[in-house]
Design a protein. Structure first.
Length: 230
């Protein structure tokens, strides 16, 4: 199942010009960072090692301009952003879901820098509120060192759970995990803590819970408690 998509058009490797444009965008960003924000962060983190260190400061300056809604004078970082895609090559990046798991696919046919520029200019397409919510995500992605997997997703989403349902609608996921009736909107701290302790006993190996799955189940229960008590 497609959750998010970023299409970056760019100069072909054999051409002397350096241009970048945007194509198809599927970037849901609610609740922040949304699947769109996670994909943009993943594109940045996956391609940052291909970028010269002397360009990093200018990338941060460009992100700041986009965050403030300022006009970006072209060209930036040796590339000109344009609307026309005639004669350009394309790279497609996707975030997809299967069951409760997500994975990223990067079809990169240009430099790492143009992929990052595409992600930043995609944020510029969003309204100011969404931009402000996603800029910290991009900064976190730039600091990430490691594989682009469940830990990365949890890190960017600010959650201990990499569950697809938890990222799509955290509160609904937490209510369902604790077994509250469908349609429940308000719960008390007493209700939450009671359900938390009850579910903790159920999943714990000492009370018959699966030893292999207990660790993640306990993490999910703790995250659900945090969401509902926030």
């Amino acid at each position: 199942m497609l959750l998010a998509e970023l299409e970056v058009w760019h100069s072909r490797p054999v051409t002397p010009t350096r241009r970048v444009s945007l194509g198809n965008l599927v970037l849901p960003v609610e609740p922040a960072p949304g699947f769109g924000g996670l994909l943009l962060g993943a594109v940045v983190a996956a391609h940052l090692t291909d970028v010269d260190d002397d360009l990093l400061a200018d990338i941060h300056r460009l992100i700041g301009q986009v965050d403030r809604g300022e006009r970006v004078v072209q060209p930036r970082l040796r590339h000109r952003y344009q609307v026309d895609r005639h004669g350009l090559g394309v790279s497609r990046h996707r975030m997809e879901g299967e069951g409760e798991h997500v994975h990223f696919s990067f079809d990169t046919n240009g430099s790492g820098l143009v992929q990052i520029l595409g992600a930043i200019y995609a944020i510029e397409r969003l309204d100011l509120v969404a931009r402000h919510a996603l800029i910290p995500v991009i900064h976190k992605a730039m600091r990430w060192r490691g594989p682009i997997g469940p830990s990365f997703v949890a890190h960017l989403a600010g959650t201990a759970s990499a569950s697809l349902a938890a990222m799509a609608d955290p509160r609904a996921w937490a209510l369902e995990l604790f077994g509250f009736p469908l349609g429940t909107s308000k719960v008390t701290k007493k209700d939450v803590m009671g359900r938390y302790r009850e579910q903790l006993r159920v999943v714990h190996p000492d009370h018959g819970g699966d030893e292999v799955e207990a660790g993640q189940a306990i993490i999910d229960l703790g995250e659900a408690r945090r969401i509902l008590l926030a």
